[in-house]
Design a binder for this molecule. Sequence first.
Ligand code: SAH
Ligand code: SF4
Length: 358
Amino acid sequence: MNDLISLNREELRELFAGFSEPPFRADQLFQWIHRKNTWDFSAMTNLPLALRERLGAAYLVSTVRIERTLAAPDGTRKHAFRLADGEAVEAVFLPERKYFSLCVSSQAGCPLACVFCATGARGFRRHLSAAEILGQIYLLLKNAPPVDRLGNILFMGMGEPLLNPSELRRAISLLTDPQGLALSPRKIVVSTSGIIPELKALAAESRIRFAISLNAPNPELRKKLMPGVETKYPLPGLLQVLRDFPHNYPGRLMIEYVLIRGENDSGKCAAELEKSLRGIRARVNLIPHNPFPGSGLSSPENSRVLRFQEILKSQGRIVFIREPRGAEIQAACGQLAGTKKAESGEQGAKGEEPGAEG
Ligand code: SAH
Ligand code: SF4
């Protein structure tokens, strides 16, 4: 592999030792890539010319390329990326009032086959490498406001991040490296359908935040809507993990609940959800379903969404309704579906509030 973006400082030092270059040169290169977001070796002016040429001849910072960008009137931008082997993923730039957030993909496709999700409908292609995850983020940052306005990095694009834990961990550790972007882990939000062992492990070892895609108030309905994950990690076990979440978790968990007309949007479901969530320090994001061709599903009427919210709120729960962002460009939740090779891109993501916790 000649893609340097995914090497940590230790690994860059080892590489440079092979060139008889001192360790501080590796740190300089790391800072160019991760702090200054420079991909062009010739611009790395504090590195000796011979070293720059040597790197340029044999290495790349990243192989990820933007193939297509679509902009929505609200400023949301969806970027389709083509990976070196022809796979396609998408990431979304989400402007907020003061901050902006990025929603990135962790897999090409997803094996979990949730019935309401465009990514799931496309099946699983492969895991993304840390280099491909960072490539999406850094390319988006090149055309974004300054990094101090970066709210959250949301692993809410294509794929189930906790089915790709080692590359996810590597990406997180590079993003939070003090010599790189030095991102606060609190600004990293991993959305998961509930891969219990990895959720527990990552929550115990890091200070990142989690969004849990519940989407159903009981195991039976969840199995219908989220067959892949519910079969392996049934809801009662997931709820117990959430009740036992580490005490030092920063703020509240986020519970994601996609509202699908006639499926999980009744008052009974709301009341049952409220019961299931008792004892869990979490707020709820209600996401009206974003339709995509062939799903046969749709979102409830607005009044029904509000009623669902009211039932939860009446029990003291903090509940937000998530506005669809970039729906015009299929950049909203669950619309990221990836592209087949040689087709032009398609796939979707979602929005989230900046850094602060609710
Ligand atoms: N696999 C992870 C992250 C990607 S999906 C997960 O499931 O959490 C990110 C979010 O989009 C999840 O909360 C999921 O429930 C939601 N989602 C998927 N398809 C959707 C759709 N068509 N409309 C609205 N939200 C959707
Ligand atoms: Fe996979 Fe998440 Fe889509 Fe389910 S909702 S199919 S877990 S990406």
